[in-house]
Design a protein around this ligand. Structure first.
Ligand SMILES: [Zn+2]
Length: 638
């Protein structure tokens, strides 16, 4: 019934957007709506339950007035799905957009919709225990202020980071301005992974994340439709306070401010360092980001090391075994809680089954000789799992994740030597266009495919033409229109974002973002060896040529000493080693890094902020051998 009503309303609209929606997309979304379990309204109940208050401010702004968060950005999510949005995604986005303070249990509260993630608040005997203080200091401070209007001005006694991703710790200084006496608890390995996961490949991940999260796309029926896992990442100040205590083993227990906690460590799941935990006195289980209102990413499209779908499922099995019988309420780091022991147990088991099915069936088909694209085309969750909203692909998808499982075991090569050494994109595209009889013929084939609604083929054909002839405006425009139709059909919020950002960049070119400013806390916490690794992957062998360098680096304030040598286009560094006869550079680490990043080494030496002992002339030209990566490198054009 709901579906019929939706169609009727959609046809009554005559917006500009409607003109852009093809009959194929309209029919696809309508047919898709008929496959969905609309009768299951459990999430509507759970997402609304315990609502206390919304923010009393329409926006959160940073110290310099910049917009960090806009509570009205998702107000458009009312009524039936417009034709430009997959109906399943529209439903999901509307649930994620419910923002405010919620009472989950008399001692457990959540602030949701203030960032991409949730802040969960435990009321201890004398103060508060905060779980996952959001991404930005500004949003976390606003979330705590809202909670205190209900809970009173209680002090923060402890903070728990569930895992090493920035949307779960970045706001900590907003809720703990003075860390004295505040216990900060995190899983073993947290600091290493929190500061290093995005260092060495940071520029490429940052550029690709813009596609995944739809950064710069305004939220709306033709724009960003959440990030699937949550609304959007806030644009404030990332901070980090190192843990005072780490949890290394499953079964460890703590009592914090009178609240007992039992821990389960789950490394190498959704994050390299992650943990679940249980509050036995409340019957409340926190499953961190290991369970969600969507299938998660086994391989995130922004780029990351591939995750282990089997371990993920195994840890959910263990959580069910350890805590299932005692659990009445489950909270997670994103989306809404689940209430009732039976429903929580059913959720964990069914969610676990989705990851297990993904893993096992991908491997079965792999062993049967199918390759990654063939597997992606046929692995679908069985009805019993696909009909659960929380297993659907709003963030990760079966298509992308099955290829991730394949990659984890097999890598990118499908064992067919025709694919062993293919031509790179521009060279292949040039030959493809020639073989097809020239640009006009390729464009005509792209148009024919578009007109028939064969968008996946249209995108492949037109992508060849754009790579062979990037100035072909007709090809770029038709490819952009093709991506938009796929965006409007996508159930996954991030697939939608990726298509829409691609369309925008085909029409307008890459963005003009400045290089990202790194969080001072994160840089300060990054081990020097990782920073030297980053320097090593910026070494440009053509610019270095036959030159070689060797020097000692001393950072007195850190009590650190490194030997660094550059030769053969390779930078090698060793800790606690001194190269005899080589010059020694002595400076505060931050000063040295600043001089390297800005090419002002000479000036810094002359000003005395960097001291060099020994043969300083042997260092001439050192600055010149490193690349500065372009944060806006092209993706959908050559
Ligand atoms: Zn997260």
């Amino acid at each position: 019934m709901r579906f019929v009503l939706m169609l009727a309303c959609a046809f009554a609209l005559t917006s500009a957007a409607q003109a852009q929606v093809t009959d194929t997309t309209r029919a696809a979304n309508a047919a898709f709506a008929q496959t969905l379990p609309w009768a299951d309204r459990e999430d509507e109940d759970f997402a609304a339950r315990g609502f206390i208050a919304a923010s009393d401010q329409p926006q959160i702004r940073g110290a310099n007035g910049t917009l960090v968060w806009d509570f009205n950005a998702y107000n458009f999510l009312q009524g039936p799905a417009p034709e430009t949005v997959n109906p399943s995604l529209w439903r999901h986005a509307g649930l994620l957009a419910r923002a405010g303070l919620f009472r989950v249990h008399e001692r457990v509260y959540q602030v949701r919709g203030f960032d991409v993630s949730n802040m969960t608040i435990i009321v201890g005997d004398t103060g508060l225990i905060l779980i996952d203080p959001l991404t930005s200091a500004e949003t976390a401070a606003a979330a705590l202020a809202l909670a205190r209007r209900t809970l009173g001005d209680l002090p923060v006694r402890a903070v728990i980071y569930t895992h090493s991703h920035v949307d779960h710790f970045g706001g900590v200084r907003g809720v703990v301005p003075d860390a004295t006496g505040v216990e900060i608890i995190a899983p073993d390995g947290f600091m290493e992974h929190a500061v290093t996961e995005n260092v060495i490949a940071g520029n490429a991940m940052g550029r690709r994340a813009l596609y995944q999260f739809g950064s710069g796309l305004p939220p709306g029926p033709e724009g960003q439709m959440t990030s699937g896992i949550g609304l959007a990442i806030s644009a404030g100040t990332f901070t980090l306070i190192p843990p005072t205590r780490t949890i290394a083993r499953t079964g460890e227990t703590l009592t914090i401010d009178g609240v007992r906690i039992e821990f389960q460590v789950t490394p190498e799941t959704e994050a390299p360092a992650e943990m679940n935990f249980f509050f036995p006195d409340f019957g409340v289980l926190c499953l961190a980001e290991n369970a969600n209102a969507s299938m998660h990413n086994v391989l995130t499209p922004r780029g990351a090391l591939v995750r282990d779908a089997k371990a993920w499922a195994d840890y959910l099995t263990e959580a069910l075994r350890l805590y299932g019988d005692r659990t009445e309420i489950m909270v997670t780091s994103h989306a809404w809680p689940r209430f009732g022991g039976e429903r929580v147990r059913d959720f964990i088991a069914s969610h676990r089954d989705a990851y297990k099915y993904l893993h096992d069936q991908t491997v079965r088909l792999m062993n049967a000789g199918y390759t990654d694209r063939e597997i992606a085309e046929q692995v679908r969750l069985p009805e019993a799992l696909a009909s659960r909203w929380f297993n659907r692909g709003y963030y990760g998808t079966m298509m992308h994740n099955s290829r991730a499982v394949y990659q984890r075991y097999m890598g990118w090569y499908d064992a067919n030597p025709a694919n062993l050494n293919p031509l790179p994109p521009v060279e292949e595209a040039t030959r493809f266009v020639r073989a097809m009889g020239g640009a006009d013929r390729v464009l005509a084939e792209g148009q024919r495919a578009f007109d028939e609604g064969d968008y996946r083929w249209a995108a492949r054909v037109l992508n060849h033409l754009v790579f062979a002839a990037p100035d072909n405006t007709s090809a770029r425009q038709l490819l952009a229109r093709t991506h938009r139709q796929m965006a409007y059909q996508a159930e996954s919020a991030i697939w939608r974002n990726m298509y829409l950002v691609a369309a925008r960049e085909l029409e307008q070119g890459p963005p003009n973002r400045p290089s990202q400013v790194q969080s001072a806390d994160l840089v300060a916490a990054t081990p020097t060896s990782y920073i030297l690794d980053l320097l090593a992957v910026r070494l440009n062998p053509e610019r270095a040529g036959a030159r070689s360098f060797a020097f000692n680096l001393v950072f007195p304030e850190r009590n650190e000493r490194f030997a660094v040598s550059i030769r053969n286009g390779v930078l090698v560094h060793e800790r606690d080693i001194t190269l005899d006869g080589a010059p020694t550079i002595t400076a505060p680490r931050a000063t040295f890094l600043q001089a390297m990043a800005t090419g002002t080494m000479t000036r810094a030496v002359l000003s005395g902020s960097i001291r060099i002992a020994g043969n300083r002339r042997s260092l001439e030209g050192l600055n010149e051998v490193f690349d500065t990566p372009d944060p806006n490198f092209p993706i959908v054009t050559p």
